[in-house]
Design a protein around this ligand. Structure first.
Ligand SMILES: [Mg+2]
Length: 369
């Protein structure tokens, strides 16, 4: 099988809940997504999606992703999309770093490879544990009372896992934790995510003042040494997210017993090939595993769902229904959400049906000669 054409489109995806704010006043009004179609001489079509959370969240941005795709796409024309490992190597050879720019291409090739095998992506990547994955909802940074109202609304909508964004002024964040957790029904699973914004002393102060609350602490600081400093005094589960940007970074953190769980963002590590590697290693290491991404709608959420269902229930934490975070759609897909849980399609590949006519003029439309 050969790749005969690669086409990319932009899609602006406004947030249902308006401006999304995390620590330090960083905010975004939506996802600036890039949609990618890979066509083959076998008639199979694969889809990929990459959407950053603004330009502040990861060392990644939409302009870099689109220029990266313009550079990489010609190198994949004529290649076999089923050779996903070889294609990752080829992309790495020609573009040093920039894993986020490679993610949508890798995703589209996995979509095709799974379709060619006649398998849903979950099964093509090792199988499916159970039928559904729990969903969490982030409560973006705002005044404590407003965050409590938002959390209450998410619980009313069915979410049973709430992530509270902290990482700003420690005193206010302590108040946020108390006000939000006061309105949550018993049994709600709570994460406090500082998005790498604190110095160790701030994280330690937060830990001391919230000792009576039951929550998992996520990514208190940015650097390895800073998080090690916090880990030494953290008597509750600690999850790393932003730090897990590659297999070497994961191995270093695991060797230091730095975390109880990891959050893998598909684009941050370069796509499905590397997400699967990290996922399966983390499970073998006995860690909790969350698989999600930096943004997107139906196409990306389908990938998150397939990969998440490949984590054994004993190790699986949660994921996001990003297609419900935004006001636009980019595919028809049988993703069912109920009771704070989401399933994954049973159709071959990602299981998405896409009508590109809705996306307007492509960013580029490249065909093999
Ligand atoms: Mg996080």
């Amino acid at each position: 099988m050969k790749i005969t054409a690669i086409t990319a489109w932009a899609q602006w995806q406004p947030f249902v809940d308006g401006i999304y704010t995390c620590s330090g006043g960083r905010s975004a009004a939506g996802f600036d997504s890039t949609l990618l179609r890979v066509q083959t001489d076998a008639g199979l079509i694969g889809w990929g999606e990459y959407a950053p959370l603004g330009s502040f969240y990861d060392p990644a941005f939409v302009g870099g992703a689109r220029e990266g795709l313009r550079l990489l796409a010609p190198l994949l024309l004529g290649a076999d999309p089923q050779s996903t490992g070889a294609l990752v190597r080829r992309m790495d050879l020609h573009l040093n770093g920039h894993p986020y720019a490679k993610s949508a291409l890798d995703m589209a090739c996995h979509d095709i490879a799974a379709q060619a095998a006649g398998l849903p992506l979950a099964e093509a990547l090792g199988g499916r544990f159970g039928e559904t994955v729990p969903l969490y909802r982030s409560v973006a940074q705002a005044a404590p009372a407003a965050m409590a109202d938002k959390a209450r609304a998410y619980v009313a909508a069915g979410y049973r896992r709430i992530q509270i964004k902290v990482g700003l002024d420690v005193g206010e964040d302590i108040e946020r934790m108390h006000q939000v957790m006061d309105v949550l029904p018993a049994g709600t699973v709570v994460y406090a995510d500082a998005n790498a914004a604190w110095r160790p002393a701030q994280a330690r102060e937060f830990l001391r003042a919230t000792r009576d609350l039951a929550y998992t602490f996520e990514q208190p600081c940015a650097g390895f040494d800073e998080n090690a400093n916090v880990r030494a005094v953290c008597d509750r589960p600690l999850v790393l997210d932003e730090s897990i940007d590659s297999l070497p970074a994961f191995l270093r953190a695991q060797q230091a017993r730095l975390m109880d769980g990891i959050t893998i963002k598909i684009a941050r590590v370069g796509g499905i090939t590397r997400t699967r590697q990290l996922r399966d290693l983390a499970v073998e290491c006995g860690l909790g595993v969350t698989i999600e991404d930096t943004g997107g709608a139906q196409i990306d959420t389908a990938a998150m769902a397939h990969l998440s269902l490949g984590v054994p229930e004993s190790h699986r934490t949660h994921t996001c229904d990003f297609h419900h975070w935004v006001t636009v759609a980019n595919a028809q897909v049988p993703l069912h959400c109920a009771g704070g849980q989401m399933d994954a399609p049973r159709l071959p590949g990602l299981g998405v049906t896409v009508d590109p006519a809705a996306f307007g003029a492509p960013l580029f439309d490249l065909h093999a000669r």
